[in-house]
Design a protein around this ligand. Structure first.
Ligand SMILES: Cc1cc2nc3c(=O)[nH]c(=O)nc-3n(C[C@H](O)[C@H](O)[C@H](O)COP(=O)(O)O)c2cc1C
Length: 350
C-alpha cells in the first residue's frame, strides 16, 4: 500500500505540479512518514559496504539539497537509500534566491535549480537532528550569501553541527551563491580545512570530512584541490555538484543556475576518473551526477567511487526506482563475479 502511495506521489502526481510546490508536498508527506518509520534491513548483503569507515546497507545515497533542513532523514532512509545527506545548512537562516528557481527539463531528463541555499539555519537543524537516526546521515555545510567572512561560516556551522551527524560535507561548489565556487581555490580551501579539521581533532567523536566539488573544473584545478584535501585530513571527495555549462544539453540553451540529471553524467564521470587515477589509496570518492540506472551506478563504482548519490532521477522516478536499481546493481556485481562492492571499486582504472 505504502509502495503504491510512494509511486503515485513520486511520479504520477508530483511531476505534473509546479516543481517547488511538488517538492513541498513531498516533504509534507515525508514529515508524516518520518514519525512512523522504524529501523529495517535494506538491500542485499552484496550491497553492504563501508564509506570512510561508516557501514551502509547499500552504496546508493540521497544527495544534498532534497532534505535541506534535516527534517525527514529517517523517512528518506526508509525509502531504500543506503545513506542520506541533509543540507546545505548555513549558520543563519536564509530564504534563497527569488522564485521560480527550480525547473524541469523532461526531454533532457534534467533539472535546473538556482535555489541559493534556502534553509532554516544551523540552530533549527541542531534541534531537529537530535533524534535517533535509522542509518548513516551526513550533513552538507555552506556559507551565508551575505556573510562577510565565508571561511568563518564553515568553521561556525561545523562546530555547531558536526557532532550530530555521521559525516560532514564542505560544499564549496554550489553555483547559486555568488562567488562560492572561488572557495575551491587552494589558498581558501586550505584555510577552511585547517579550521574544521582542528575542531574535528578536539571532538569526542571525530567525523569523516568530505569536500563536494564542481564539475566545471580543469585538470589543474582538480589536482590542486585533491592535494589540499589529502594534506588536510579529508576523508574523501564528492564529485560532483551541478554544472553551469549549457553545452552539456542536447539542445544547448543559456540558463541561470545549476544543471543536474542526464546531461551531468559525462562531466561528472570525467572528474571522477581524474580523481580516481590521482588520489591516495585512503581517499574515498562518492560519485554524483546523472545516475538513472543500475548500470550508471556500476560505471561510477568501477571508475573509482565507493558509493554514489542521486537527486534528479529520484525526483523523476520516485522511490520504487531506487529499490529497483539496488536489485539490478546486485545482479550486475554477481554476473561479473564480485561478492561485494569493494571488489568492483576502480575496476575500470586498474
Ligand atoms: C533542486 C536541487 C537542489 C540542490 N541543492 C543542493 C544543496 O543544497 N547542496 C548541495 O551540495 N547540492 C545540492 N544539489 C546538487 C545535488 O546534490 C547533486 O550534486 C546534483 O543534483 C547532481 O546529481 P543528480 O544528477 O543525481 O541530480 C541540488 C540539486 C537540485 C536538483
Amino acid at each position: 500500500m505504502l509502495n503504491i502511495l510512494h509511486h503515485y506521489l513520486g511520479t504520477k502526481i508530483l511531476n505534473r505540479i509546479e516543481p517547488e510546490i511538488s517538492h513541498s508536498i513531498a516533504l509534507c508527506y515525508l514529515r508524516l512518514l518520518n514519525q512512523f518509520v522504524r529501523k529495517k534491513k535494506f538491500g542485499a548483503s552484496t550491497l553492504k559496504t563501508q564509506i570512510a569507515g561508516m557501514e551502509v546497507p547499500s552504496p546508493i545515497g540521497l544527495a544534498a539539497g532534497f532534505d535541506k533542513n534535516a527534517e525527514v532523514f529517517n523517512a528518506t532512509l526508509s525509502l531504500g537509500f543506503g545513506f542520506v545527506e541533509v543540507g546545505t545548512i548555513t549558520p543563519y537562516p536564509q530564504t534563497g534566491n527569488s522564485k521560480p528557481r527550480l525547473f524541469r527539463l523532461p526531454e533532457e531528463e534534467a533539472l535546473i535549480n538556482k535555489m541559493g541555499f534556502n534553509n532554516k539555519g544551523m540552530l533549527y537543524a541542531s534541534k531537529v537532528a537530535r533524534k535517533q537516526k535509522l542509518g548513516v546521515v551526513g550533513v552538507n555545510l555552506g556559507a551565508n550569501a551575505k556573510s562577510i567572512d565565508r571561511i568563518l561560516d564553515y568553521t561556525l556551522v561545523f562546530e555547531f553541527l558536526a557532532q550530530l551527524f555521521d559525516y560532514v560535507t564542505i560544499n564549496v561548489s554550489s553555483p547559486n551563491t555568488k562567488n562560492l565556487r572561488d572557495l575551491q581555490k587552494p589558498e581558501t580551501l586550505e584555510k577552511i580545512l585547517q579550521n574544521v579539521s582542528s575542531i574535528n581533532m578536539s571532538l569526542k567523536k571525530k567525523v569523516p570530512i568530505f569536500i563536494k566539488i564542481a564539475p566545471d573544473l580543469s585538470i589543474n584545478n582538480i589536482t590542486e584541490i585533491l592535494n589540499v584535501c589529502e594534506e588536510n585530513n579529508v576523508s574523501g571527495l564528492i564529485a560532483t555538484n551541478t554544472t553551469t555549462n549549457p553545452s552539456t544539453l542536447k539542445k544547448p540553451t543559456h540558463f541561470e543556475g545549476g544543471l543536474s540529471g542526464k546531461p551531468l553524467m559525462n562531466p561528472s564521470n570525467k572528474i571522477l576518473k581524474i580523481l580516481a587515477k590521482r588520489k591516495n589509496a585512503s581517499t574515498v570518492l562518492i560519485g554524483v551526477g546523472g545516475i538513472f540506472s543500475a548500470k550508471d551506478i556500476y560505471d561510477k563504482i568501477r571508475m573509482g567511487a565507493s558509493a554514489v548519490q542521486i537527486y534528479t532521477s529520484f525526483v523523476f522516478h520516485g522511490p520504487r526506482h531506487i529499490k529497483k536499481m539496488e536489485v539490478e546493481l546486485e545482479n550486475l556485481l554477481i554476473n561479473d563475479g564480485y561478492s561485494s562492492i569493494d571488489g568492483a571499486v576502480g575496476a575500470l582504472i586498474r
